[in-house]
Design a protein around this ligand. Sequence first.
Ligand code: SF4
Ligand code: SF4
Length: 378
Amino acid sequence: MQYAPLGKTGLRVSRLGFGAMRLPMTGDGDQATVDTDVAIAMIHRAFAAGVNYIDTAVGYCNGDSQRVVGEAVRTWGRPIVVSTKNPCFTRDESEWWRTLEQSLERLGLPRIDVYHHHAVNGVSFDEFVLPHMAAWMRKAKDQGLIKHIACSFHDTNDVLRRIVDSGYPEVITVQYNLLDRRLEDGIAYAHERGIGVVVMGPVGGGRLGVADSAALLSAAPSAARRVPELALRFVLSNPAVDVALSGMSAMAHVEENVCVASDARLLTPEEQQAICGQLERLRKMSELYCTGCGYCLPCPKGVAIPKIFERYNLGRVWGLWGPARQAYRNLGTLAWDPGSRADACSDCGLCESKCPQKIPIRRQLKEAHEALLDSKNT
Ligand code: SF4
Ligand code: SF4
């Protein structure tokens, strides 16, 4: 297993972390709970292979992840670094403390090693974290309930730099993978300044498939046999990344991940360049279908044409059918994601006369709708 210092925390952590957000479940829908025996066997297999960092959160696995993570850690003979989170949009101090107490109770542990403000962005950092929650975090640290302060982060490089420059968090957890390298500069900036860098989604949420996987794998033929393996190796080859947190849902994922993280072979600059070249080709291929320019809008029926094509491409170009279908089902149901799905189209044809790509929009909308609701495309 590869290890790295987690910034200046003094912790030495495995570069592969166990993400406990997709543990195997038993039961249906909202009533489903984590399949304790299977999940603990998976977690212990990862610990046995040298993984010593595990991350959970209040809401993961129908709110049952912390219980199982706690049991797995308590029944393991050696120290494990436990990370969890507290939501970051509240000014209510008693609510914040209640969340911390509940997490400690569910985990069954006396303290949390790395405690995150969950899903921080520029607005929440300025309006909630710094003026209110930072004092609560420091108090919890003084009381020995938490060891290190962290932020899980979703925003731009500029905001990330600003948070790093504030000198507040000791660790940041950010999204970074082959398909989403937007925060690469911010990650390097944080690492240079001694902030521990944890990456979530290193293999695209565990489902990175890539439709044209043969071409991608041919870019670095000796590095990996499967795209998820290549994706994890790609993230671990970035020296600014201390921990790659992989959400593992089956023993096969655990075995594949520990195998990659135990092998110190990094991708060469030439291999990385070749992989990025292949990804760029795939990205261009998706732009041939729809560039997202929005000239076809507005649609009189509110059909969110470019968003639908973007989700369709997520499946047919990148092989990410699971997230694509989820995002399509959610379209129009969340305040920040307005618009109608393709079945609202009345076939008026207005959009097609405005599309510079000459896309047969109506036909492609129908295809997208069928594919995105097709349970075979998972
Ligand atoms: S053809 Fe359908 S998607 Fe295009 S503008 Fe008319 S209703 Fe909207
Ligand atoms: S006008 Fe054409 S290319 Fe532009 S967003 Fe609409 S469908 Fe896509």
